[in-house]
Write a protein that binds this ligand. Structure first.
Ligand SMILES: [Zn+2]
Length: 423
């Protein structure tokens, strides 16, 4: 029996892992080498978006004959296709370029936060085909209720995009907090008060799809590494600014998870011992100064002290504070500046530790723009040894709510590409 990587990958989708590991263990060394070569070629095409057979041979070290055979097989399986030379990124190129077939498979991505669930369905290149955001008070609802909403959201998006859910490879779910394993068992999570729960089982029961759960910032970081601003970058950080301040770390083109898949909780790094109380119970965390709640509470305190007047008459919101600060409200500008300064202090420490080539800022909080990021940049300059550390490129993303869900879908897509013998 010949079992290719793709056959093995498909088998993993439809049967328990244990059986497939047994199946893969039965392969002889030639079959394993063939599966590895397929994996390596598919992964190279994904990484380069479009690439010629000769370039693939140069990068993977395989012979051109082997590349020709394997790519012919991948084309037959509809996993890749030959681009029309007229569509090539570099016009006039004679070589035929190969690309991943976006319709080879699809994935659903779900991002869960305290007040809403975002859902997106993506193709194999992580292009969002349809998305929806559903407001839900997550902590007040039982998990079964949440699972029902996710089921409906995936069916809704699939129908909207004209796709059948049974053609999907899997579901990726991004959640805030610390993850213990990919079944969704938490060590600590701001949304869950109690201990162990297998959330992934509830989703798999409803959608008949394998479900993968990860920390939301890790999921977003992975989507940058595979499809976004980090594709050609060896070492970078992604800082996510929402109610929680999260972080993903890429070292040597790999997502760093640390022991037990624990995500990086940059927001709970203490920068001011004994300072403001944080929702995690400690005092002086970065989050206690920089998230939306912290900025709103500082603005309210400043308002009560008579430092400024709310002439708009509207309820205080982050959007209103941004508008007023941009219109010249100095007390509000200094609240954003303090948040930026604290954020910069934490990031300066990260730069000293990791020496990243770039730092990507994502999340709803990036809408504070220059009010937050200019003071942050000054703080970084002030607190890093510029003579020792190379300048770091900072990228502030133009944020779309579906980006979180796209990141979550990448968790599932990664499993599709995964080298099967690693499991
Ligand atoms: Zn904290």
């Amino acid at each position: 029996m010949t079992l290719s990587l793709i056959d093995a990958t498909m088998a993993v989708k439809s049967a328990p892992f244990g059986n497939n590991l047994q199946l893969m263990a039965n392969l002889n060394s030639r079959q394993r080498a063939q599966a590895f070569n397929q994996y390596s070629i598919l992964d190279t095409i994904r990484m380069h978006k479009e690439i010629s057979r000769i370039q693939i041979a140069e990068i993977t070290g395989q012979s051109t004959a082997s590349v020709t055979n394997i790519t012919a097989d991948l084309i037959k399986k509809n996993l890749i296709y030959e681009k029309d030379p007229k569509e090539a990124a570099t016009p006039g190129r004679r070589r035929v370029e190969l690309a991943i077939n976006p319709d080879a498979t699809y994935a659903a991505g779900i991002k869960i936060s305290s007040s809403r669930i975002s859902c997106a369905v993506t193709d194999m290149q992580a292009n969002v085909r349809s998305s929806v955001v559903i407001p839900v008070q997550f902590s007040k609802r039982p998990l079964e209720y949440i699972a029902d909403i996710i089921e409906d959201a995936v069916h809704h998006c699939a129908a909207n995009a004209g796709l059948a859910v049974d053609k999907f490879f899997g579901v990726g779910i991004g959640v805030p907090g610390l993850m213990k394993n990919e079944s969704g068992v938490y060590t600590w999570n701001p949304l869950y008060k109690t201990g162990d729960t297998t959330f992934s089982d509830l989703i798999t029961e409803r959608l008949s799809l394998k479900t993968y759960i990860d920390n939301d910032s890790n999921a977003l970081t992975l989507s940058h590494l595979w499809y976004g601003k980090g594709v050609h970058t060896k070492n970078f950080l992604v800082i996510t600014i929402e109610e929680g301040i999260g972080m993903g770390i890429v070292i040597d083109k790999k997502l760093y998870r640390g022991p037990n898949r624990v995500a990086s909780e940059f927001g709970h790094m203490v920068v001011s011992p004994g300072g403001e109380l944080c929702r995690c119970g400690k005092r002086g965390c970065i989050e206690a100064y920089t998230n939306e709640t912290a900025i709103l509470s500082a603005a309210e305190k400043s308002l009560r002290s008579g430092n400024w007047c709310n002439d708009s008459g509207g309820e205080l919101s982050l959007d209103l504070l941004i508008e007023l600060a941009r219109a010249g409200n100095k007390p509000l500008q200094s609240i954003f500046a303090q948040a930026g300064n604290i954020l910069g202090l934490g990031i300066a420490a990260l730069i000293q530790l990791f020496h990243p080539e770039k730092i990507i800022f994502s999340g709803d909080g990036v809408k504070s723009g220059e009010l937050l990021f200019e003071p942050m940049k000054r703080s970084i300059e002030e607190h890093t040894n510029s003579d020792l550390i190379k300048p770091v490129q900072t990228i502030v993303e133009k944020w779309k709510d579906s980006d979180w869900a796209r990141g979550a879908a990448t968790i599932a897509l990664k499993e599709f590409y995964k080298y099967p013998f690693n499991s």
